[in-house]
Write a protein that binds this ligand. Sequence first.
Ligand code: 5GP
Length: 203
Amino acid sequence: MTKKGQLIVVSGPSGVGKGTVLGQYLASRERIAYSISATTRNPRPGEQNGVQYFFLSREEFEQTVQNGGMLEYASYNGNYYGTPKAPVEQQREQGNDVVLEIEVQGALQVKKSCPDALLIFIAPPSFEELRSRLTGRQTEDEKTVENRLNIARQELKCAGEYDYIIINDTIEQAVERLNQIISANRYNKNNMKEFLDEVNQNA
Ligand code: 5GP
């Protein structure tokens, strides 16, 4: 019997560096898939459809939601973002772990519909540090940065709903903590259920 892969949800305020942490973590791992989200926001320079996101129109997005095709979705900064359901389920059935990099509202939806999901929140060392990282990124205008900081304040308030908090002070340490948490969670009772059922059946 193939052991079902873990569902790992990673959130954190925009600018906290979760993409970099996850990228480094995933680069050296096997049997773990990164879920490509759908969004209605415009691509940033260098982003390609089907690589960072599936870029959909609002109509296409709403249609997918109506057809039950999203595991979760949320409205963030005026746009929809959502996780296509089928690829996540396929990967997990094949025994591969799946990572969702999503915002807080979506993460809490996943926790409700999949109680065995592992929720990890990546936090900045301080709010001031987050502000300077976001301003330094220079991919968004001032108004967008302010919007993202306001959202970040709300998101930080929800961090207590997550299973683990990782402070991204240095990338190396954050990657190492992520590795430890995901490795340990493989042996969490929720992920050992099939094994326990089988062993008990044959006892
Ligand atoms: P960005 O526009 O900077 O790529 O992403 C904005 C926010 O949307 C980030 O917090 C990101 O994690 C979140 N996000 C990306 N994909 C999804 C998704 O599929 N569902 C939800 N709920 N949030 C997402």
